[in-house]
Design a protein around this ligand. Structure first.
Ligand SMILES: [Zn+2]
Length: 118
């Protein structure tokens, strides 16, 4: 099953200070009525937790909305000509494109994590 495509939006819920528990909604940006997820304030009365729940909702939406562009930008820089022989190399592990990434290359690991489907 594919995830919901396109931009997502966060709908913040800021109840009065006496109401310590709140739920921020994450919606499909193209169909603003379609609810995709909810981020809840943990069940404590800490003001920090309310702010953290709001930040978490914003973070989820920011990550979803920036993901495809970042993967595209990363792929465009995976192999670049770095020497006079015009050998294409990974900017992180410096291996040549012909030899592929080093097994511990952080660039390769980040791209694999971003493209993981589960
Ligand atoms: Zn590499």
């Amino acid at each position: 099953m594919e995830h919901t495509k396109g931009k997502w939006e966060v709908e913040l819920n800021r109840p009065s200070s006496s109401d310590y528990k709140n739920v921020h909604k994450i919606r499909d940006g193209s169909s603003k009525l379609r609810l995709l997820a909810e981020v809840m304030t943990p069940e404590t009365q800490s003001a920090i937790n309310k702010e953290e729940a709001e930040a978490n909702a914003r973070r989820i939406v920011q990550c979803v909305n920036s993901h495809d562009g970042l993967v595209e930008a990363l792929k465009a820089r995976e192999w670049i000509a770095m020497d006079t022989l015009a050998k294409f190399r990974c900017p992180t592990c410096m291996n040549s494109k012909k030899n592929g990434h080093r097994h511990d290359c952080k660039f390769k690991a980040a791209l694999a994590e971003a493209e993981k489907t589960e």
